[in-house]
Design a protein around this ligand. Structure first.
Ligand code: NAP
Length: 208
């Protein structure tokens, strides 16, 4: 498949690129800082660009089978008011329409589920601005008639684990953390197998 990755320099995006190449896909990483991608691979194309600019995104997107988006606010930005993700979703959707690409996988967050455990309540409060942006981002994606999948993972950690549990519209039992790589595995499985179309999916690592 020809896959177009947004947020390819980030923790999740790096895993998406790595796993997609390992699975034999052609990958385009559309990034604002190409120097952050040290990897060289004949199946990897790095394009410099701003995901907020449709006129740059649309031509770059042409000919791809799917877009995988793992954009996120960098560092302290997550604690400030932002519309970055909602705006990027809007430009991505507009560019996909222009380019005739209809498959989209986006990373959101488990904090959007109405979990009542104290840790969810605390993190929802701490990350309230980011969560507002994620909700708006999801609304933009859900309003399309694309074949979309929204992944809502819990806290992410750097391990090589690729196993995940998934549940439509809910957080799998006992979900607290999982690996960035397992989120990448889930999104790639979805686009390869054509599963979870037009679904919000809660994710978790392997059961302990
Ligand atoms: N990390 C977690 O524990 C966790 C848990 C649950 C859900 N999530 C969700 O997963 C998503 C990805 O998280 P992550 O930890 O992989 O993110 P990350 O490592 O911070 O990567 C964020 C990506 O977005 C890009 N980006 C940020 N601001 C940008 C801007 N203004 N213009 C263009 N690109 C921009 C970054 O590019 P640069 O490299 O150029 O900055 C980077 O590629 C987030 O939306 C988050 O809500 C994360």
């Amino acid at each position: 498949m020809r896959l177009f990755v947004l947020g390819a320099t980030g923790s999740t995006g790096t895993q998406i690129v790595d796993l997609a190449l390992a699975r034999g896909h052609q990958v385009t990483a559309f990034v604002r800082s190409p120097r952050k991608i040290a990897r060289r691979d004949k199946a990897l194309t790095v394009i410099e660009g701003d995901p907020l600019r449709v006129e740059k995104l649309a031509p770059a997107l042409r000919g791809h089978d799917a877009v995988l988006s793992a954009l996120g606010p960098s560092g302290r930005e997550a604690f400030r008011r932002s519309t970055l993700l909602a705006e990027c979703a809007a430009t991505t959707v507009a560019a996909m329409k222009t380019a005739g690409v209809g498959r989209l996988g986006s990373v959101s967050a488990a904090l959007l589920f109405p979990e009542k455990a104290l840790r969810f309540v605390v993190f929802r409060w701490l990350l309230q601005h980011h969560i507002r942006d994620l909700i708006a981002m999801e609304a933009v994606v859900r309003a399309t008639n694309f074949d979309w999948t929204i992944a809502r993972p819990p806290r992410l950690i750097k391990t090589s684990a690729e196993t995940y549990r998934s549940e439509r519209d809910a957080l799998p039992a006992g979900a607290w953390e999982m690996s960035f790589r397992a989120v990448a595995t889930f999104l790639l499985d979805c686009v390869e197998q054509g599963t979870h179309s037009r679904e919000i999916v809660g994710l978790a690592g392997a059961a302990r």
